[in-house]
Ligand binder design. Structure first.
Ligand code: NAP
Length: 304
């Protein structure tokens, strides 16, 4: 029986593990992929307090080591279900674990365009991470699709590497920050394509061109070697939906206290309803959720 079982080893989950261990609780972290969550793909973090420059990989590795050194058990298994019957049970593809409390810190995954061949072309022209894969497209022609901060930042990053960057957005205004957009507009190798969607991927072995359809119905073919998909993220909560209340977009409904509708089950990070999804708010959630879990254990589980 663990005191706290944390699902997800991103910044929120690992911070929760640190807080749990510092309160001498028995902590298990379960992670389906690799530690670090989405921050591991960030080239340079500039907005974390007191860290003016650190790579996402270094940040995540330090956090992982900190949690491990404090005694958190970290196991790489995919959680497929949680139960709240006599005891709180976390079921993975391999095992079952019992916990007095659970913290759900699963973050979110890339939204796809859901185009034919999209999955097959990942690594052969389709990418969801410019900082990870941008270097493969040095002096080539690429497109970025999306209108948020990720798309703007990806496009900006790629203008320094690629020969030409097309930024394709389905509306005529961006939701990303104006300051990034202004930097982008100063580049001479960017072309903005508004009111348009990518509607087809043309490829034999690898991506060769894309079809772009404007709202007015007209289409054009653009020759590109790479397409960077930056159309937002989807919270990874589907395995908890039977038990935990989600909003219409699939986020776990919770306030700043990180409580879910089930006593003793908490949520931390990007997979909960919130205004600002940033590294600093994820780690903040981790601290709050762990503190809430510790309080819950002290008030409800003293006999165990
Ligand atoms: P986002 O803000 O949700 O933007 C997603 C974009 O993709 C939107 O412009 C949306 O269009 C478009 N889109 C969604 N589905 C689409 C589809 N099927 N086809 C075509 N376009 C589609 O996602 P994000 O840019 O990944 O950012 C996520 C969060 O992280 C945001 O809160 C963002 O501010 C934050 N973030 C912050 C930083 C930073 O502070 N440095 C960097 C990156 C991300 P519409 O605009 O028409 O809805």
């Amino acid at each position: 029986m663990y005191d706290i079982i944390i699902v997800g080893a991103g910044p929120a989950g690992l911070t929760a593990a640190i807080y749990g261990r510092r309160a001498s609780k028995k902590v298990l972290v379960l992670e389906a992929k690799s530690y670090g969550g989405q921050i591991i793909n960030t080239l340079d973090i500039e907005n974390y307090p007191a860290e003016s420059h650190i790579s996402g990989f270094d940040f995540a590795t330090q956090l992982y080591n900190q949690a491990k050194d404090l005694g958190a058990e970290i196991i790489f298994e995919k959680v497929v279900e949680i139960k709240n019957e006599k005891e709180k049970e976390v079921i993975t593809t391999k095992n079952k674990y019992l916990g007095k409390t659970i913290i759900l810190a699963t973050g979110s995954e890339n939204r796809k365009l859901n185009l034919e061949k999209e999955n097959d072309l990942v690594g052969k022209g389709i990418s969801y991470c410019a900082t990870c894969d941008g270097a493969f497209y040095k002096n080539k022609n690429v497109a970025v699709v999306g209108g948020g901060n990720t798309a703007l930042e990806d496009a900006l990053y790629l203008t320094d590497l690629a020969n030409k960057v097309y930024l394709i957005h389905r509306r005529d205004e961006f939701r990303g920050e104006e300051s990034t957009l202004n930097l982008l507009k100063m580049k001479d190798n960017i072309e903005f394509i508004y009111n348009s969607n990518v509607t087809k991927l043309n490829a034999s072995e690898k991506l060769e061109s894309i079809e772009v359809t404007n709202k007015d119905g007209s289409t054009k073919k653009i020759d590109v070697d790479g397409l960077f998909v930056a159309v937002g993220r989807i919270p990874e909560n589907e395995n908890f939906a039977k038990l935990i209340n989600l909003d219409n977009s699939g986020y776990i409904i919770a306030g700043e206290d990180c409580n879910t509708n089930v006593p003793g089950i908490f949520v931390a990070g990007d997979n909960r309803t919130k205004e600002v999804r940033q590294l600093v708010t994820a780690t903040s959630d981790g601290a709050i959720a762990a503190t809430s879990a510790i309080k819950y254990i002290n008030n409800n589980c003293n006999e165990k």
